[in-house]
Write a protein that binds this ligand. Sequence first.
Ligand SMILES: [Fe+2]
Length: 290
Amino acid sequence: MTVKKIFFLWIFLFFAFQALCAVPLTEQFKRAGFVEICNKKQGSTTFDSLYAHFDKLIEFLQANPIWAQKLYSAKERFIRSKERNYYSSDFFGFYDESKKEGRNQLSFYYSTHFHEFIYSHYPEFARVLEISSFFAACLEIQKTYENQFNTVAAELRVETIFSSNYGSPSILIKVIKYLPSYSATKPHYDGTAFSLFLDSTDNHSLLLSPYKSAFTSDDFSSPLREFSRELNQNSILLIPGAHLTEFSIYPTPHIVIPSGKVRYAAIAFAMRPGYTPQKIEFSPLPNFKY
Ligand SMILES: [Fe+2]
């Protein structure tokens, strides 16, 4: 190829990329089911440290079931408080499904209101290093993405979902550890406004498909990324959840397939304050066979 041809090819690719960037998010969701955003804010070291804190928390709670029970009681109290409405969800705290066949995973749902609730009603939690360090790491990540949520909501023209009564977007951070025995047979839709896959130690296990009227397992694939953890770059994947249908935005189904290895991931969910999910039948999702 001549130098001239290479030059014109670069010009073409540059404008093609610009054109793609100009495509509204809703259109990109329809075409691909996701949008990749370069994560310049936090690299893999931030998340590796979060996962290390999570491992310490898991070890502590498994060795001290009385604290796991206390955390569960705190969650039960929290979901009866008015702060719960800020998230329209009952998922908070620690879920140990390490011994549940098929699930074989452990997760924590963190939110700033849950954090504050625990520290004010159960001050003894703040004195347990494994808990306070994990909460501090989650809070740091939550704060970093607040603006990202506002930007995305504005671009999608759904800013009104974050009621001004609450001040800032309602964000749930989920940290998850999949064990080697984990398996999953069916994709799912997220019960969120939108979800940001912030990081994972294995991107290839996440498969998704743009929304369609009917699905087969062949519709699902690992999203092609421009930035990769292997090259020490990080990128966020943004997908729509099931709570934006009145804006004609339909959810992206996804599945984490088994890899036979430990996999960590961090996800930020944009929730809808005071929202009652509508009874909508989304397209049925296929079973996966391995
Ligand atoms: Fe999900």
